[in-house]
Design a protein around this ligand. Structure first.
Ligand SMILES: Nc1ncnc2c1ncn2[C@@H]1O[C@H](COP(=O)(O)OP(=O)(O)OP(=O)(O)O)[C@@H](O)[C@H]1O
Length: 536
């Protein structure tokens, strides 16, 4: 279906509404799948798919969908390993992957990778951690994804991955700890020196005269005891954390870290844990497609769009255009509206009170026809939509009185009427752009042409009286039902079919009549008589 005139703007607003309500950016991409079509079979096919997706969406909450966050599989360089290439070609390929050192012969690295890689070097083999670590860092999302897959698709693929990933968690924790070993040891060092300082403040040395001679030696002995005790305690802490006992602190004051020892220690631990972790990760990567997890996340996050649509109704694709309890998407808490056009009533003139909701009704029809042609459910309790090839919407232009605007509008009409295909033409107050006398004449002709082309149209006009003389036209009215206790208009936004809507001026006169006195009241009464059906 082609969009003409202001229908394109309404389309943009409908898409925007759905995007905003869905709250996730994936909805925008998902919506791109639903271009407008004028093929009944295609619409029905899409409806079937969308119905299934809505059923899936109903099984999960908005909150859970938005909490699903993507895994960040980011490339990084691993200093601890080296890939040994067997020839130039492999060398180039491995170098291009760019995650570790590449050589032709072994060198002192923790991990030497050349064995059992028969095929080309792959990032999954050189650094499988790149795919496993992000899952460990975002276990919450992996758990949520696993639950969602079970709930929505009854599958347990992610559950198996989760199980394996949880199994390597401890190994990962150890690797991480070793990576941060320097910081941890230096933190312990700070505490250690603080404690010693504290304890030495309280060391009291009582000396006899003789003992003064051996003062330095005695004092040092006492201090040494304190230092040794504290260093031992600190080394025990390191053992608890890293499972290795080494003298990494100097017995002096203040105490320092023996950096060389620490490096050795770290290397020893790295070798112990990094290799275990590398192989554990490789086993997982070989068994499962971890990169595909983000695709799954995207799929589930897109369900947010279908959650928005779950309160909409799938229109029947039939012959007429019928809306039952349609709710305008652009109005908060709208009054639901019923409206219809069919083969016997293809053209309707919508009349009635100012600010009664005429433009909003045209918009509502536009929204529903657009959504139906996207293959989506519509914003009504029930609806029937016929297939159109073109949708025209001519909004009333502000400040458009003038020959230029008139010429342009007439040209758009001519284009609309003369184009081929099934059309729905929605026009908002055409007469606003020219003199009322001329407007009636032109509008009558246009309506005749629309009628003889077999097209559908809704035209908002204050010229209902005149236009009702055309026998193929139905005139509907939105009525102000009266005044409330503060003399404000009460409008029933539901049009009454086949009845001209009372316009606002008579209600204003009614208001003035009721609120005035004496001679003035008499004047208003006389004016009120001019309206044929005024209520008293
Ligand atoms: N179904 C509805 N439920 C609640 N509010 C509505 C509904 N339809 C319209 N309104 C509100 O009424 C106001 C006027 O609506 P609208 O502009 O459609 O009236 P109109 O008849 O086209 O007015 P005018 O004659 O001035 O062009 C808007 O602010 C709109 O939000």
């Amino acid at each position: 279906m082609k969009l003409r005139g202001d229908a394109r703007e309404i389309y943009g607003k409908v898409v925007n509404y759905l995007k905003t309500e869905a709250k996730v950016r994936e909805a925008e991409e998902e919506l791109k799948k639903f271009d407008l079509v004028s093929d009944r079979e295609e619409i029905l096919k899409r409806q079937k798919v969308v119905k299934e997706l809505i059923e899936k969406a109903q099984k999960v909450s908005f909150e859970d969908l938005t909490k699903l966050s993507y895994f960040e599989f980011k490339k990084r360089f691993f200093e601890d390993r080296c890939y040994i290439a067997k020839d130039e070609d492999e060398y180039e390929k491995a170098l291009k992957i760019g995650v570790c050192e590449v050589r032709f012969s072994p060198a002192p690295f923790t991990l030497l990778l050349n064995y059992d890689i028969e095929a080309e070097p792959k990032i999954e083999h050189l650094a499988p951690e790149i795919f496993v670590v992000p899952l460990l860092q975002n276990l919450h999302s992996l758990k949520l994804l696993s639950e969602m897959e079970k709930k929505v698709d009854g599958k347990e693929e992610v559950a198996k991955i989760l199980e394996e990933v949880e199994r390597v968690k401890e190994l990962y924790e150890r690797v991480k700890e070793v990576e941060e070993m320097e910081t941890a040891v230096h933190e312990i060092l700070v505490q250690l020196n603080e404690r010693i300082e504290e304890r030495l403040e309280n060391v009291k040395i009582i000396l006899s005269g003789k003992e003064v001679l051996s003062l330095a030696e005695r004092a040092f002995e006492k201090i040494r005891d304190v230092i040794e005790e504290e260093v031992k305690a600190a080394e025990e802490k390191i053992y608890e954390k890293f499972g290795i006992y080494e003298n990494v602190f100097t017995i002096s004051y203040p105490i320092e870290v023996n950096e060389e020892k620490l490096r050795e220690l770290k290397k020893k631990l790295e070798e112990r844990h990094a290799i275990d972790f590398y192989f554990a990760c490789r086993r997982i990567v070989e068994k499962y497609d971890l990169k595909g997890l983000n695709e799954k996340i995207k799929k589930y996050r897109s369900l947010a769009l279908y959650k928005v649509l779950q309160d909409f109704a799938f229109p029947e694709i039939g012959e007429g255009l019928r809306i039952f309890k349609g709710k305008n998407l652009f109005i908060d808490n709208p009054q639901p509206i019923d409206y219809y056009l069919d083969e016997r009533n293809r053209i309707a003139i919508l009349t009635g009170a100012n600010s009664g909701g005429k433009t909003s009704l045209l918009e509502l029809v536009c929204q529903i026809v657009i959504l139906a042609h996207m293959g989506l459910p519509v914003n009504a309790e029930r609806a029937e939509v016929r297939v159109f090839d073109e949708l025209f919407f001519f909004k009333r232009k502000k400040m458009s009185y003038g020959s230029g605007a008139f010429e342009n509008t007439i040209k758009s009409f001519a284009r609309a009427i003369s184009s081929k295909g099934r059309k729905l033409i929605l026009v908002d107050e055409f007469e606003a752009i020219t003199e009322p006398g001329a407007a009636v004449k032109i509008l009558k002709k246009i309506l005749e042409l629309i009628h003889s082309a077999g097209d559908y149209a809704i035209v908002v006009s204050h010229l209902g009286e005149e236009l009702s003389k055309l026998d193929f036209v139905r005139v509907d009215g939105i009525e102000a039902v009266g005044l409330d206790e503060n003399f404000r208009l009460i409008v029933n936004r539901q049009p009454i079919f086949g009845k001209i809507g009372r316009s606002t001026p008579e209600l204003i006169v009614e208001k003035l009549r009721r609120t005035s006195k004496g001679r003035e009241k008499e004047v208003y009464e006389k004016i009120a008589e001019a309206f044929y059906d005024i209520r008293r």
